[in-house]
Design a protein around this ligand. Structure first.
Ligand code: ADP
Ligand code: MG
Ligand code: ZN
Length: 727
């Protein structure tokens, strides 16, 4: 079975080189596609792990992989990260001396180098093309491929020449990668690179570990300082609209004892670069920036992204918030919202051409709806990118954690759908609202819509109410946007079915940020994560990492990332092998950086009489205890149990057994997020009651007593019971 062997081989390499225990999302299938020499187009949200999609294939194929990347300033950073794994990667750009360039060329031709990062500007140089023609190239990766498209948010004209440059190198396999989801940009990229026939891999845009919240923009500075106090020492980005505001906020934070620096296009390039480096190196915790900051910043441990001002579009908002929590740990996305900000943004557009102005207005309107909507933020964001989020409660956004007041809304949904239907699915929101409210404006008159049965049917409610209803019917997919006519709404199948046979629909009231008060008590409403690791050791490891980073002149995360340190503070590795088995470490890093960390952990373990992983091994196999830690961490992050089981190739049954063992050995597991999805409250209560009153927690007895429940449900509830009661 060649296939199976191949698969295992890749997993082995993943562990050996990068120290990761499993692939994420589409990584494996993408990598296989590249290895079978197919042109490949990868669309994955920021932080999902695109780099690995070309880095691993580069390591397991003959020759040199060329990575085209837009930002010279950040190439060194990416190459540092690879070098830390012991990978021979280099970059080629205008910052290098003649001598350095000569050496790199020599090493490329001799086959020593596996990955070469270049900016399109460098690739465009005749001398570089000539030299690359002599090199054995494995494939070409184009990172941040949306830079090709004028419809993207970071258009770079040089990117448009890439196809011509590549053509001069012969027939090459190409892999293009981007986090931009809009179909228009996707199409543009494929056309421009002439890779319409490429295999396209699109991942879900759901970033499970990100928490979204919108707050009223009132006493904003006070709110901001309070938030930052609760998150002192963590890395974060604060986006502001203007350079002036950036400077002002950076100063405010410094005065208040935070380490913050400004970043915007008006700064002297040296200062700007220094501020960025200081952020990457943890010399400053917070960067205050205009949207000029961010693309290509791969800092994995950005713990929060704050929008001090309302962003111009949801797409931009999604990309910017996406820069938090790349490492899969905490990522808080907070926006301060006021309607006034939208008015300001609208004014900026007033000199634009008519169509452009109209498009910008629609983007702003989307922003307004997002902010004021009572619907799950995650559901809204994914809906915007054409993806349906099926859960009712994500548990990780303000609207799900503090739900708005709900009401039965089928009568309103019916009127909204009737309005769309009776106007022949040719109008947008504003007109529909006018029709429903019975307002006779010019449009209504010219189409004689005052004759419709639905005209004026909703005049008892105000216009904002109807806008909200229509938006919710859109997100709940009774309506959809017409692809060809921007702004126009049409009825879906689900909508038609509803009109035929209406049923109850739960709606909620919008936020009213003009009257919403700032909640003094809950300045922090994000879900609290119980820490499963030894926080004291974790802090010590972090301090050591920072010191070493300084000595080696590297960003700290290049040495070890936070999830690896968390795992070390859970398993206490004291030998090289144990440390190499930590996720994200691998032998390359152990040899380069491990010694001081092992010594620190050993001393800590001795001083505190801690049972180490090595001692646990005697009782169970190391693999087993690693699976347990993995399960604890994943449950901490509220990952679906099916997903956890799948990523460790366990059956659901086996996973439950592991979870039970974890509970019996005294660790609490909070699986409410999962149970709430599969069992309603009454059923939960019934099972819980049983365990409370029963003398034993044996399954056999439970199953005879609890009729009509599946064994899985009962075992899940037993885990909950054991965690809450027995531990
Ligand atoms: P993208 O380019 O898609 O925004 P990156 O390639 O920068 O994302 O990766 C984001 C983070 O995910 C990095 O910190 C990386 O170390 C981590 N990562 C990537 N692949 C894996 C994996 N298979 N297991 C664990 N962590 C991973
Ligand atoms: Mg990337
Ligand atoms: Zn939600």
């Amino acid at each position: 079975m060649v296939v199976a062997e191949e698969k295992d081989e890749l997993k082995v390499k993943l562990k050996e080189i990068f120290g990761y225990g499993s692939f994420r999302g589409n990584q494996e299938i993408v990598i296989k596609n590249i290895l079978s020499r197919r042109n490949t187009f990868v669309i994955m949200p920021t932080g999902a792990g695109k780099s690995l999609c070309y880095q691993l294939p580069a390591m397991v194929t003959d020759g040199l992989a060329i990575v085209i990347s837009p930002l010279i300033a950040l190439m060194k950073n990416q190459v540092d990260q690879l070098n830390a794994y012991g990978i021979d990667a280099r970059f080629l750009n205008s910052t290098l001396s003649k001598g350095e360039i000569t050496r790199i060329r020599k090493d490329c031709i001799s086959g020593k180098i596996k990955l070469l990062y270049v900016a399109p500007e460098s690739l465009n140089k005749e001398e570089n093309i000539e030299f690359l023609q002599k090199v054995n190239i494995s494939f070409i990766a184009i990172d941040e491929a949306h830079c090709i498209s004028e419809w993207g948010h970071d258009f770079r004209p040089e990117y448009r020449k890439i196809k011509t440059m590549i053509a001069q190198l012969g027939t090459m396999n190409v892999i293009a990668l981007t986090a931009t989801a809009t179909p228009k940009v996707q199409l543009d990229i494929q056309k421009n690179l002439q890779m319409e026939e490429a295999d396209v891999f699109i991942s879900s845009f759901n970033r499970k570990n990100l928490y979204y919240e919108v707050r009223p923009k009132k006493e904003t500075k006070k709110q901001l300082i309070r938030f930052l106090k609760d998150h002192k020492g963590k890395s974060g980005i604060i986006y502001c609209l203007s350079r002036k505001k950036v400077e002002e906020i950076a100063q405010l934070l410094n005065v208040n004892g935070f380490k913050a620096a400004p970043y915007h296009a008006g700064l002297d390039p040296d200062v700007r670069m220094k501020n960025q480096d200081n952020f990457l190196n943890e010399e400053v915790d917070i960067i205050c920036a205009t949207i000029a900051f961010g693309m290509g910043i791969d800092k994995p441990d950005v713990r929060f992204v704050i929008h001090y001002d309302v962003p111009k579009s949801l797409e931009g908002y999604y990309q910017e918030t996406g820069r938090s929590g790349r490492d899969g740990l905490e990522g808080i996305c907070l926006m301060f919202y006021s309607h006034n900000d939208l008015n300001k943004l609208e004014k900026f557009n007033k000199d634009k051409a008519v169509q452009e102005r109209e498009n910008a207005r629609i983007l702003l309107q989307e922003m307004e709806f997002y902010a004021e909507s009572p619907v799950c933020r995650r559901k809204q964001l994914l809906h915007y990118f054409g993806e349906e989020y099926k859960e009712d409660n994500c548990g990780m956004c303000d609207n799900c954690i503090n739900p708005r007041e709900r009401f039965e809304g089928s009568q309103f949904v019916k009127i909204a759908l009737e309005a769309v239907k009776q106007t022949n699915e040719r109008f947008g929101l504003t007109h529909l609202v006018n029709v429903i409210k019975g307002i006779e404006d010019e449009y209504v008159k010219s189409y004689a819509h005052f004759d419709l049965a639905v005209f004026g049917k909703g005049d008892t409610e105000d216009a904002d109410f109807w806008k909200s209803v229509i938006r919710q019917t859109l997100i709940y997919q009774y309506l959809e946007k017409d692809i060809d006519n921007i702004g126009v709404l049409k009825i879906t199948k689900k909508g038609h079915a509803f009109l035929k046979k209406p049923h109850a629909v739960e709606l909620a009231k919008d936020h009213d940020f003009t009257t919403d008060v700032v909640n003094e008590e809950s300045s922090e409403r994000t879900p609290i994560n119980s820490k499963a690791y030894d926080e004291r050791l974790f802090e010590m490891l972090k301090a050591l990492r920072k010191q070493m980073a300084k000595e080696k002149d590297l960003p700290p995360y290049v040495i070890f990332q936070d999830p690896s340190l968390e795992e070390m503070a859970t398993t206490y590795p004291t030998t090289k092998d144990e440390m190499a088995s930590v996720n994200g470490v691998g032998m390359g890093k152990v040899n380069k950086f491990g010694k001081a960390f092992l010594e620190l952990i050993q001393k800590y373990v001795d001083d505190n009489d801690i049972e180490t992983a090595a001692e646990v091994v005697v009782k169970s196999s190391i693999n087993k205890s690693k699976i347990k830690i993995f399960i604890i961490q994943q449950i901490d992050r509220k990952v679906d149990l099916e997903e956890i089981a799948e990523s460790k190739s366990l059956s659901f049954d086996e996973l439950l057994t592991e979870m039970e063992n974890i509970c019996y050995s005294g660790t609490k597991l909070n699986v409410d997020y999962y149970i709430d999805e599969v069992l309603d409250d009454n059923k939960q209560e019934e099972i819980y009651e049983y365990f409370l009153n029963s003398d034993t927690d044996h399954m056999d007895e439970a199953m005879t007593e609890l009729k009509g429940f599946s064994e899985e449900d009962v075992r899940l509830m037993r885990v909950k019971f054991l965690s809450e009661y027995a531990n």
